[in-house]
Structure formats: structure tokens, C-alpha cells
Design a binder for this molecule. Structure first.
Ligand code: ZN
Ligand code: ZN
Length: 223
């Protein structure tokens, strides 16, 4: 099992990275991603500061627990204009994995335009809680999103912090070959690894899951 969506004290989570890692190990997880917010809103301001992002990466790299891989991740805000918020001066390659998420309410056409441009830009690896702020979307829009995501190898997330997207959306993604990533979106220690329900849903609907080790850069494998 894995959990690719966890917040630490570097954004709005309440746990330190070493606490998260120890707890993840106890829960039997093999690979986790620390994905603090990067946002213009107050919860993620810290990550816009280069020094803090570097400090966080060093802690991730130096937290060594046997049989647990910790990815240097990020949950970057997707803005209504299709812009992805990254820490100033850093590119995508600084991180092992980037989740792109909307945290604002936008109209469905704005959502579609913005998400399509983000998917095509290759700036993110995973669309975080894809329908959380939009609800149900028309099937033809779902198809366009699914086709673009499949073409660009961008995964959709099953996130246990929010209600699951409707089945139709998941099935459309599945039919077009989109893969799924799983994350608890934990903001406190005891939510880390709360992903069993997501794995069950994926199994029930025959959704294809990503291989989380795909995000491990060979130099930072924690053996
Ligand atoms: Zn989020
Ligand atoms: Zn999150």
C-alpha cells in the first residue's frame, strides 16, 4: 500500500515529517509522498519561500526508515487561469511528484479550460481530488479531460479526504486508459495511510493504478 498525498507542518498539516514517516511504517506503507500545499492562499505561503522548500527537502532526504520510501512531493494550486503555483525559482524537476489541485470554486467551462491546459503543460503528475470543487461534470467534458490525461500520462487521484468522484467520471477515465493515484490527504498523523477504501474502490471498478515507484529518482531510493 502507498499514500501519495500527505500534508506536514510545512503547510497546514499538524505532524512533522519524521512522525509521519514512523507512523507510515507502522501502518505498513512502503512509499509515501509529503505533498505540502503551494498556494497564494495563507495555508501554503511557506512553500513559496525557497529556503523553506530546501529545508523540507533535506528533512525528507535525511529521514531514513528501512523499507519506506519518502517522496519529495507538492500539492500545487491550479488557478482559474490554468496557472500552476510552484515555489518561486523552482521547476517541476525539483520535486519527485506534483499533485495539481483546484481549491476554489469555478464554473465548469473555466474548470475544463484550465485543467486541460495544465494537463497539456506537463507541469503536474496527478490531478488531486479532481471533482471535489466542481461536483458532477457533463460526460462530454469528462471525456475530453480523460483523453488529455491519458495522452499526457497524468493520473487522476482517489482521495479519501473528499467524497469520491461519481462513478461515471471514474469509468470514463478507465475507458480512456487513465491511471489512478491514491492518497489520504492526511492533515494529521492518524489520517496517514487511511487509503484502504480507495484501494477497494479501485479494485471494484477495475481502475488501473499508477506504480508509485515510477516517481522515485534512482538516487533517492531509501533502502
Ligand atoms: Zn487539496
Ligand atoms: Zn491536500
Amino acid at each position: 500500500m502507498y499514500d501519495l498525498h500527505i500534508h506536514s507542518i510545512y503547510s497546514d498539516g499538524t505532524s512533522r515529517i519524521d512522525e509521519i514517516a514512523k507512523y507510515a511504517k507502522r501502518k505498513g506503507l512502503k512509499i509515501i509522498a509529503i505533498t505540502d500545499h503551494c498556494s497564494y492562499d495563507s495555508w501554503g505561503n511557506k512553500l513559496l519561500d525557497l529556503k523553506t522548500v530546501m529545508e523540507r527537502r533535506n528533512i525528507i532526504e535525511n529521514t531514513r526508515i528501512a523499507d519506506l520510501t519518502i517522496l519529495n512531493g507538492l500539492e500545487a494550486d491550479i488557478l482559474a487561469n490554468g496557472h500552476v503555483v510552484l515555489p518561486k525559482g523552482l521547476g517541476k524537476e525539483f520535486f519527485d511528484v506534483i499533485i495539481g489541485s483546484f481549491h476554489i470554486l469555478v464554473g465548469v467551462h473555466e474548470w475544463e479550460r484550465s485543467l486541460l491546459s495544465v494537463i497539456k503543460s506537463g507541469m503536474i503528475d496527478i490531478v488531486g481530488h479532481p471533482l471535489a470543487y466542481i461536483g458532477k461534470i457533463p460526460w462530454d467534458i469528462a471525456e475530453k479531460i480523460a483523453i488529455a490525461a491519458a495522452d499526457h500520462g497524468i493520473a487522476m487521484e482517489l482521495n479519501s479526504h473528499y467524497p469520491f468522484p461519481d462513478i461515471e467520471f471514474l469509468e470514463i477515465c478507465r475507458e480512456y486508459g487513465v491511471k489512478f493515484s491514491i492518497g489520504s490527504d492526511a492533515h494529521n498523523l492518524y489520517a496517514v495511510g487511511n487509503v484502504a477504501e480507495c484501494f477497494e474502490l479501485a479494485k471494484k471498478l477495475h481502475l488501473k493504478l499508477i506504480d508509485p515507484y515510477h516517481f522515485v529518482k534512482s538516487s533517492d531510493q531509501n533502502i
